[in-house]
Design a binder for this molecule. Structure first.
Ligand code: SF4
Length: 401
């Protein structure tokens, strides 16, 4: 196994200090991944000009902590689909889209700089704050997916309301063969048109998604957002239509609201019952509506129609890449990952924190660890994130943000 000199020195130091003479598998894996990431970073650095490197270093992709669904990667700024329930309007994004200002190599470099990103392990999520496959951003999004996968091997998911035509399906399949494609939809017919005025019709979108599935792409219906106030029958009809078109997988997601989203929905003829709304509505901060019971009923409907129902978008990504994950209480997804044990978790944390942090590790259940830092909390936090990503187990830091 090839390791960087820096990490070899750290390991020797650790052994001299009596922290173990055994070479633990998890420790080896994290050390090897740190070396791989450093190599990628150096190579990308040599390919970019100084002005782009400066732009990348100032970009939030180079430092932002991944969300539970993975590292969200912005392919563009703004969106022209104008979906009534969308939160990006409250975040100040424009209605006319443009490609995200980093080049594909620049984006790969930003992720290689980000201390939380683990090559081959951190899930990449495209399409969280814009539609990736708008005419203005489609090529850029494909290049991002391709370049990030080529350099960092991140298992990718993309969520879209665009038509996955044959050309797009082939491009995605050839650039990131395991990519998880989530096709979002909320309602058929006139209601769907009212809620998503400029997006392709739900029917066209789902027909194309079914065809892309038959071409071997891992496609999932992302029934989102479930909006209380829309009759259950509308959702049932949508799920049935997707099944008829050959879709077999589904993720259900509920709505998050701001004051603006509630009033835009009202203007479009959808009134959310007050009992379903959060106690306080904010102008910008989103809060979930109360819809767990509706989600559970729709889960049963989908299961009865033969769908595989994933608990979340990341579970579809785990499945499409044949991985196993138990990083949250929804798991295990894709099967149970191997439980490394306290010794391996501690050894990997020590290797990652360079021996400059003091902590205790406790196993609180299968594949579930808690780290208690005594010093160097931010160092321990990043190390724990890496160990979780590589082991696919829960490794939480007590007292972390
Ligand atoms: S256990 Fe499942 S739901 Fe939880 S993070 Fe992993 S893939 Fe996602």
């Amino acid at each position: 196994m090839v390791r960087g000199t820096y990490y070899r020195i750290i390991l020797i130091k650790l052994k001299i200090l009596g922290w173990g003479v055994l070479s633990y598998e998890l420790e080896d894996r994290v050390v090897s991944l740190v070396s791989e990431k450093a190599r990628v970073r150096r190579t990308l650095e040599s390919l970019l000009d100084p002005s782009e490197k400066a732009r990348v270093r100032a970009d939030h992709h180079s430092r932002r902590k991944p969300r539970p669904c993975g590292m969200t990667i912005h392919t563009g700024i703004g969106c022209s689909y104008g979906c009534i329930y969308c939160y990006i309007w409250d975040m100040g994004f424009p209605g006319s889209p443009r490609p995200y200002p980093l080049s594909p190599l620049g984006m790969a470099y930003a992720l290689a700089l980000n201390p939380y990103v683990v090559p081959g392990h951190t899930l990449a999520a495209y399409g969280s704050v814009t539609e990736p496959f708008l005419p203005e951003t489609r090529e850029h999004a494909i290049e991002y997916i391709s370049t990030v996968h080529e350099w960092l091997r991140l298992p990718s998911q993309v969520s879209t309301k665009a038509i996955i035509d044959e050309e797009l399906a082939l491009a995605l399949k050839s650039r990131e063969p395991g990519i998880s494609v989530l096709v979002s939809a909320v309602a058929l017919g006139e209601l769907g048109r009212r809620l998503e005025p400029n997006a392709p019709s739900t029917e066209d979108r789902i027909r194309a998604a079914g065809a892309a599935s038959r071409m071997g792409l891992h496609v999932t219906l992302f029934l989102r957002p479930i909006i209380p106030g829309i009759p259950l029958g509308e959702y049932e009809a949508l799920i049935r239509y997707a099944r008829e078109q050959g879709m077999e997988r589904i993720v259900l997601g509920t709505l998050r609201v701001t004051r603006g989203i509630v009033s835009r929905l009202r203007a479009a003829g959808v009134e959310i019952p007050p009992s379903r709304l959060p106690e306080t509505l904010h102008a910008r901060r989103q809060a979930p509506v109360r819809a767990t019971d509706i989600k559970e009923r729709l889960k049963l409907v989908a299961e009865n129609m033969g769908f595989t129902v994933y608990p979340s978008a990341c579970a579809a990504n785990i499945d499409s890449h044949s991985l196993k994950c138990w990083k949250c209480p929804h798991g295990p997804c894709g099967g149970r990952p191997r439980d490394p044990g306290v010794e391996q978790v501690a050894a990997a944390l020590r290797a990652l924190s360079g021996g400059r942090a003091d902590f205790r590790v406790r196993r609180i259940g299968p594949c579930n660890y808690r780290v208690y830092p005594r010093s160097g909390i931010s160092r321990v936090e990043i190390a724990a994130h890496w160990v979780a990503e590589v082991s696919m187990c829960r490794v939480a830091v007590a007292g972390a943000r």
